[in-house]
Design a protein around this ligand. Structure first.
Ligand SMILES: [Zn+2]
Length: 76
């Protein structure tokens, strides 16, 4: 079964969503497995989304930017 991981961008109004197997996300976010082991083929942007979502779950500091805003930062 898949779960939908959502993160709102800090900079704009976009909300990014990613479908991942619930068990895999749990293994990473709750079980503390290494994200590159759990999702070896994942794109960097998607991995960032999961990393920030896991931080949010733990009540830790998180700062998610959507890929568009992330790219825009380099141009400023
Ligand atoms: Zn954005």
């Amino acid at each position: 079964m898949d779960t939908v991981v959502k993160m709102a961008c800090r900079q704009c109004d976009s909300v990014d969503r990613l479908n991942v197997p619930a068990k895999s996300f749990e293994a990473y976010a709750v079980g503390g497995e290494n994200i590159t082991m759990v999702f070896p083929a994942m794109l960097v942007n998607d991995r960032e989304l999961l990393m920030q979502a896991a931080r949010e779950m733990r009540g830790a500091f998180h700062w998610y930017l959507c890929p568009t805003c992330w790219d825009g930062m380099g141009e400023a």
